[in-house]
Design a protein around this ligand. Structure first.
Ligand SMILES: Nc1ncnc2c1ncn2[C@@H]1O[C@H](COP(=O)(O)OP(=O)(O)OP(=O)(O)O)[C@@H](O)[C@H]1O
Ligand SMILES: [Mg+2]
Length: 333
């Protein structure tokens, strides 16, 4: 069985693939190669970067930006930019606020402070980015969405957002219902009173989307997580801890991809000792992740950048070709 066989597709539903692991192990390269390979196999694919230090643009050697951009047939790319997302949200809020007078706005601030809402709010920039994430998770617009994630710690925080947001939205809804009981007393201080129903509906819609996203994320038929490791202890241990935390979120890690595996080169003591060390670590990987499907990717001679090189990486990973074979194919083309 090849790693490509692990992809499951449900008619009319998006398949989600998260690619994660420690910093620098090859998450962006493997996500990009995966997305290209899927697009070439006629799947309408979106690759999303949730890493604030965006490198998808560097990997594809073209500017991507905060809105989905078609970069080849069937392949769309987007880099979720928390700052842009937050700026857009603030603009919307400003437009709303300009509809009410400043006295009313002060009233809102005062009430929010009093009810300690602000302090329990998730980071505004992360929350704005999460809105976009929710949209992708709940619209079934693509056949496949590949998430190029940030290094483990940041990603785990991002994936804890459904819980965080749900409790926050729940709190707002509770506060709003309390407010409505004192509404008549503070009638003049109540902002957005005309829009209150719309606001309530929006919040309930967000809550519904969070529940849906959580369901999708924990359904192994729809969402899988590919853990990328390199044959080094620190990467292995971090991934092991990551898999444990993902389990708590009911996320299914179906495969471990061992990247940058060195070839066995004679007449080079340095290469030989690196090779032997790596083989020892691969033994550890096989032992620790024995319940996952494990694949290996060799270390390429060059950096993996640009569509052609990424396509070669996809062939090595999904078509079991050797680097020599894909390089020969590339020359023949
Ligand atoms: N198999 C490989 N052979 C050679 N170079 C590789 C291989 N895999 C990745 N690289 C190179 O390693 C570097 C890091 O890869 P990449 O950016 O994909 O890692 P990352 O896990 O996304 O990093 P970050 O945690 O910073 O987001 C890049 O320069 C990439 O070209
Ligand atoms: Mg990256």
């Amino acid at each position: 069985m090849g790693i490509g066989d692990l992809f499951k597709f449900k008619e009319g539903k998006t398949t989600f693939v998260f690619v994660g692991g420690k910093g620098g192990v090859g998450k962006t390269s493997i996500s990009a190669a995966t997305a290209i390979w899927l697009a070439k196999h006629n799947r309408k694919t979106l690759i999303v970067s949730t890493d604030p230090a965006h490198s998808l643009s560097d990997s594809f050697e073209t500017y991507i930006g905060p809105d989905p951009k078609l970069i080849m047939s069937n392949l769309y790319c987007v880099e979720i930019d928390p700052e842009v997302a937050m700026a857009r949200q603030q603009e919307e809020l400003k437009n709303k606020r300009s509809l009410i007078d400043s006295q009313q706005a002060m009233g809102l601030d005062m009430l929010e402070d009093q009810l300690d809402l602000a302090s329990s709010a998730p980071g505004a920039d992360e929350a704005a980015a999460f809105e976009i994430f929710l949209q992708v998770m709940t619209t079934n617009e693509y056949d496949v969405v590949v998430f190029d994630t940030a290094p483990t710690g940041h990603t785990l925080r991002f994936l804890s957002f459904p819980d965080l947001m749900e409790s926050w939205v729940g709190k707002i809804l509770k506060v709003k219902s309390k407010l409505s009981t004192v509404k008549s007393t503070f009638k003049n201080l109540m902002p957005f009173s005309d829009d209150e129903n719309t606001e309530q509906l929006e919040l309930e819609e967000t809550k519904r989307k969070i529940e849906e996203a959580r369901k999708v994320m924990s359904d192994p038929e729809q969402t899988t997580f590919k853990m990328i490791v390199i044959p080094e202890e620190m990467s292995i241990y971090e991934s092991e801890r990551g898999i444990e935390v993902l389990k708590k979120y009911n996320m299914n890690v179906d495969s471990v991809i061992v990247n940058q595996v060195m070839p066995d080169i004679d007449n080079c003591d340095f290469c030989q000792s690196r090779y032997k060390l790596q083989q020892k670590r691969i033994g550890l990987i096989n032992q620790k992740f024995h319940d996952k499907t494990i694949f290996q990717i060799p270390l390429f001679k060059e950096e993996i950048k640009g569509l052609n090189k990424l396509e070669e990486l996809g062939q090595v990973l999904y078509e079991n070709k050797s680097i020599n074979q894909v390089e020969k194919d590339a020359i023949l083309l």
